[in-house]
Write a protein that binds this ligand. Structure first.
Ligand code: SF4
Length: 774
């Protein structure tokens, strides 16, 4: 069945009109045939998966042809705004979802800025994009007017020039009366570490979203026209005030995030000895990159659509550029650096010494910009051997213009540098580039080469797939800091904090902290209050960061809350459990969902929808061939102990890690292959595809540890069922082909006419061994 047939089938189960107030349409966009259609999701989808990320998974599950390459235009690229995006303080976000070309898992990337709120306020909850346009195209959305425009004149433009060109050509101003999701030259050239840009810095970064959009030949989605102001219901408005206050009165938000942005995390990480340096060969780095060393170049902060926080630190190194915003903000705040309180009193007084990157008073557009976030600081600082704040700032600004995911790109460069250090690659591989640690000029050059896939940049653009594509020898994999093919998202080395390690291994989009990070594991006040900690995570969690005990409870609770938060559109920074235990939580989301949609929600239902979303993601990953063995960690973390900081000697014990993972699976409701156990799978299938038959197997087969499997894509007869079984369990194909297995339907053995025997959802099938002979 091709994508158009799948869309037809799905649309038959959807509606022509909104099912609740505030609901936007799902806009199906066929780029090849230049057609669109609008439909509405059912209330049941909202109840089970909310909107945004959750409903994206519902759409992907129904439309995915998993056997195709991720860049095949038949695999849709789906955008979804959160249900509360634009209607709750800090709910600014939306997700792009697909099969990932970068990793072996789902692509699911989240960002804020203005695009998600604009899409929603123009009447759409989701955009489902499929097919390949005949030439570079621009999709223009202006309320109910949709146009396909030729984007050939924009081809080759990077982020800054693209924004200017569209503002000029459409007489509009980004964020005022236009919002845009666009790709750069990196996306056009299918660089696997490229993202979709949603503003000067905002990026749907993870999983190769830029390459995926490029494969559709879609240069940009432009939402033109001011967002429609909506009348806020009294209950929504009243509780928004409570939520706003919760956010702005939280200490870490008020004193750190609003003043210097996420780089405040650098110091506690290096003090703990948990900072990935030199591709995680070391775990601490220089104080020169502490956040206050960026003070002289920070002119102020920026933010997303109506967010009260404005956490986005700006930078300006040009002569006459302002600095000093937030200076000394962190002095005296011990926060997560409580393992070394004296560090809280250290205040750097760095001077503004920058005179152009070559020290010759020559400046260019990359000497000013937005950021960096802590992720970019870590990946383009310690991970690749850079010590100077000015170099980090400049690399950050270049990454933003080139539309590169700083996590995957920085990790790919760090990996290459370690291979160079070990002599596994040489100038023969790099085309003469010297990949010594911290070699700034080469790193800057390499970013442009990556976006253009030129020379060794072509290898970096292949991200963690470099071995698979024959760029490096197989031994290189020993030094690849990736899980499920996705490089680690954040700079933190998780050999100390076992809850962090578990989270990175089971995260559904690969090695990424934003799915489930138990950030408060390093909060001493929480660790010292066991009752509070147990209540926070819904179960006992050891106070020792290095212990494996009870960490499954903490990761599970975070994963539920964060999946629900993404799906309502809430920014992770302002979601309970990420930065603080006092930030808005599932109870707040439930109140606002009920007020906005009129559909009753409570805290437990929202929490359960978070679990459902991750369950569906595990089911998608199972279809992509991922199994329990893929929920793991880089080899280095099991085999090499860290040698710095108060937790020196820590590594991951394989046996204890596997036990912890097993407990996490059981708590979540997953079987031992890491996918929802039978009853939950049936329940999720009935909501998602409207079809489920359970097939009992003669024994546990590879991939089916429960002696049974649920087939959740509609099949009408036994021939189709047998085909589907092998598709779902390719590792058991030989067992399933066994001619000595008969089929029984609802207890009746089929002895003839098996292939045409009709099946319906809810049937119970058994594969029964035949015992024949005398
Ligand atoms: S906290 Fe920062 S990233 Fe989050 S919505 Fe607000 S401005 Fe955007």
């Amino acid at each position: 069945m091709d994508i158009r047939q799948k869309v037809d089938l799905l649309c038959r189960r959807m509606y022509d009109a909104p099912q609740y107030p505030s609901q936007g349409a799902v806009l199906f966009v066929d780029l090849e045939q230049r057609t669109t259609r609008r439909k509405y999701l059912s209330i049941e989808v909202l109840r089970s998966f909310l909107g945004g990320r959750g409903a994206n998974m519902y759409l992907l599950y129904n439309l995915l042809q998993e056997e195709l390459d991720a860049l095949d235009p038949e695999i849709p690229l789906i955008f979804g705004s959160g249900t509360l995006t634009g209607s709750m303080p800090s709910a600014t976000r939306g997700n792009f979802t697909s099969k990932s070309p970068d990793s072996y898992a789902i692509l699911d990337s989240n960002a804020g800025d203005y695009f998600p709120a604009f899409v929603k306020r123009h009447g759409y909850d989701h955009l489902v994009i499929y097919g390949q346009a005949k030439q570079w195209s621009l999709l223009k959305i202006a309320y109910d007017q949709i146009e396909f425009l030729d984007a050939t004149p924009y081809s080759g433009l990077d982020n800054l020039d693209m924004a200017s060109a569209v503002e000029r050509d459409f007489s509009c101003t980004e964020r005022k009366d236009m919002a845009m999701a666009r790709i750069t030259s990196a996306g056009e050239n299918l660089a696997l570490c490229s993202g979709i840009m949603g503003g000067i810095k905002s990026i749907w970064a993870r999983g190769g979203a830029g390459a995926k959009m490029g494969a559709h030949k879609l240069k940009a989605i432009v939402v033109l026209g001011k967002p429609i102001e909506q009348e806020e219901r009294a209950a929504l408005k009243a509780h928004n005030k409570v939520i706003g206050k919760k956010i702005t009165s939280t200490s870490v938000i008020k004193n750190a995030l609003k003043k210097v942005g996420t780089p405040f995390l650098y110091k506690p990480s290096r003090v703990l000895g948990a900072m990935g340096a030199l591709n995680n060969q070391q775990t601490t780095w220089h104080a020169s990159l502490d956040a206050d060393n960026f003070d002289p170049y920070r002119p102020g902060m920026d933010g997303c659509f109506k967010c009260p926080v404005h956490c986005r630190n700006q930078n300006d190194m040009l002569p006459g550029g302002k600095g000093g915003w937030g200076a000394a903000a962190l002095k005296g705040l011990d926060g997560n650096a409580s393992y070394d309180k004296a560090q809280a009193q250290v205040e750097h007084q760095k001077l503004r010494t920058y005179r152009g990157i070559h020290g010759d008073d020559v400046y260019d557009k990359y000497d000013k910009g937005d950021g960096p976030e802590y992720v970019t600081l870590g990946k383009f600082g310690p991970l690749i051997g850079i010590k100077e704040p000015e170099q980090v700032l400049r690399l950050n600004n270049i990454l933003n213009d080139l539309g590169l995911d700083s996590a995957s790109t920085g990790s790919a460069i760090a990996w290459a540098m370690e291979l160079w250090q070990r002599g596994i690659i040489s100038e023969k591989h790099t085309g003469g580039l010297d990949l010594s640690w911290g070699n700034y000029p080469v790193i800057e050059q390499l970013l442009f080469m990556t976006a253009r896939r030129e020379g060794f940049g072509d290898t970096i653009a292949d991200s963690a797939r470099a071995v698979e594509r024959g760029r490096y020898p197989a031994e290189a994999l020993d030094y690849c800091m990736a899980v499920k093919g996705l490089f680690q998202s954040d700079p933190h080395d998780a050999r100390i904090l076992k809850a962090f390690a578990l989270g990175l291994s089971v995260a559904t989009r690969g090695m990424d902290h934003l799915r489930n990070r138990v950030t408060l594991e390093i909060n001493a006040r929480i660790n010292d209050d066991p009752e509070f900690k147990a209540a926070l995570y819904g179960g006992t969690v050891s106070a020792l960061p290095t212990s494996y005990d009870g960490k499954e409870n903490a990761v599970r609770r975070c994963e539920n809350t964060f999946a629900a938060g993404d799906s309502v559109g809430m920014c992770r920074f302002n979601t309970k459990l990420f930065n603080s235990p006092t930030l808005p939580d599932c109870e707040d989301f439930a109140q606002q969902l009920s007020a906005l949609t009129g559909v009753p929600f409570d805290e437990a239902k929202v929490d359960e929808s978070g679990r459902n979303i991750s369950g569906l993601e595990h089911m998608l990953n199972f279809r992509l061939g991922l199994r329990a063995k893929d929920d793991t960690l880089p080899k280095r973390w099991f085999e090499e102990a860290i040698v710095a900081g108060p937790f020196s000697g820590e590594k991951i014990d394989r046996a204890q890690f596997e036990e912890l993972k097993g407990r996490f699976y059981r708590l979540t409701g997953l079987n031992t292959e890491g996918t929802p156990a039978l009853a939950w799978h049936e329940q999720l299938s009935m909501t998602t595809t409207g079809f489920a038959v359970r097939v009992d197997l003669p024994r546990a087969l590879p991939g089916a540890p429960e002696n049974a499997i649920v087939i959740d894509e509609p099949v009408s007869n036994v021939t189709e069922l047998r085909r589907e079984l092998k598709r779902r369990l390719p590792e058991a194909a030989a067992d399933l082909d066994d001619k000595m297995l008969n089929i029984a339907v609802n207890g009746h053995m089929l002895l003839a006419g098996e292939g045409a025997a009709a099946l319906a959802s809810g049937d119970r099938i058994a594969l029964v061994p035949i015992f024949a002979g005398g």
